[in-house]
Design a protein around this ligand. Structure first.
Ligand SMILES: NC(=O)c1ccc[n+]([C@@H]2O[C@H](COP(=O)([O-])OP(=O)(O)OC[C@H]3O[C@@H](n4cnc5c(N)ncnc54)[C@H](OP(=O)(O)O)[C@@H]3O)[C@@H](O)[C@H]2O)c1
Length: 260
């Protein structure tokens, strides 16, 4: 895939899926702005990896819940690379809370999660619109989750926020053409710290095994396999917009819903 001369912002690329997307974009010749909110060391590590792959990344601290940060991030990217072709709205947050524990989630938990997972992606899209529209073909990829479709996941607030992100993908796709394609990716279980920290080692291993058993592809995703799907949309789906791609090895096809 030749992304030479193009520029991308990947929000939340200090670790996990976002870091893998930044690496794969760099490996294909795209210049990347890497963002972090707290994990500066992680962002610098991603930047070193992108440099080793031939990139010259920009690293920017950004809280996507803050509109002014989103605008500053786009301005800094344009100043550095002179253009913007790709926005990957990957940054996300959650609170792990068993779904049956309705008292475990407060109003402010919902608002905090929505502020990042939904409103953050909206604010980034709004800040990037003019720059993306100045390209004949531009892509926005929103990192949702199978939680959006099944309602399972780290908490009810998280699943609802990702459901809203999928719905927002439809609305934005309708209004941002003809230049900008807007699509969503829905990973299932992705190996890494997000779930290890949230679930604890024992539950992590148990759910991972359950997923691998039930999924037709008999394994769980890695940040790299999810990033491949993002690159697939960017590099090979110029005539697709408003679409949601499930990336879970087919685990959603299992007839009994997976639970935590
Ligand atoms: N892991 C899974 O199983 C899974 C499954 C489905 C979907 N997803 C989605 O995939 C995306 C990436 O998750 P991951 O698994 O790669 O976890 P991760 O490694 O914890 O990555 C989350 C990223 O989001 C950033 N972030 C959090 N709050 C932010 C804020 N307010 N402003 C800007 N950036 C913020 C983090 O930055 P700092 O660390 O620097 O604060 C980090 O770079 C998320 O949207 C998540 O919901 C994950």
């Amino acid at each position: 895939m030749d992304l030479n001369g193009k520029a991308a912002i990947v929000t939340g690329s200090s670790s996990g899926i976002g870091a893998a997307v930044a690496r794969q974009l760099s490996a294909n010749g795209c210049q990347v702005t890497i963002t972090y909110s707290r994990n500066e060391a992680g962002a610098q590590k991603t930047a070193s990896e992108c440099k080793a792959l031939g990139g010259q990344p920009l690293v920017q601290r950004t809280d996507i819940a803050e509109d002014s940060d989103c605008r500053t991030l786009v301005d800094a990217t344009l100043q550095r690379f002179g253009r913007l072709d790709i926005l990957v709205n990957n940054a996300g947050t959650t609170k792990f809370c068993a779904h049956q524990d309705l008292n475990g989630l407060t109003k402010s938990d919902f608002l905090d999660i929505y502020a990042v997972n939904l409103i953050g992606a909206y604010q980034m899209t709004r800040a990037a619109e003019a720059a993306l529209r100045s390209q004949p073909v531009a892509h926005i990829v929103n990192m949702a989750s199978t939680a959006a479709i099944t309602g399972v996941g780290s908490s009810i607030a998280y699943a609802a926020s990702k459901g809203a992100l999928v719905t927002m993908t439809l609305s934005l796709a309708r209004v941002l053409g003809p230049q900008i394609r807007v699509n969503a990716i829905c990973p299932g279980f992705v190996e890494g710290e997000w779930l290890k920290n949230g679930l604890g080692a024992e539950l992590y291993d148990a759910i991972r095994e359950q997923y691998a058993q039930h999924a037709p592809l008999k394994a769980t995703a890695t940040p790299e396999t999810v990033a491949q799907a993002v690159l697939g949309i960017i590099g090979g789906a110029d005539w697709t917009t408003g679409e949601t791609l499930i990336v879970d090895g087919g685990a959603h096809l299992h007839t009994a819903p997976l639970r935590r």
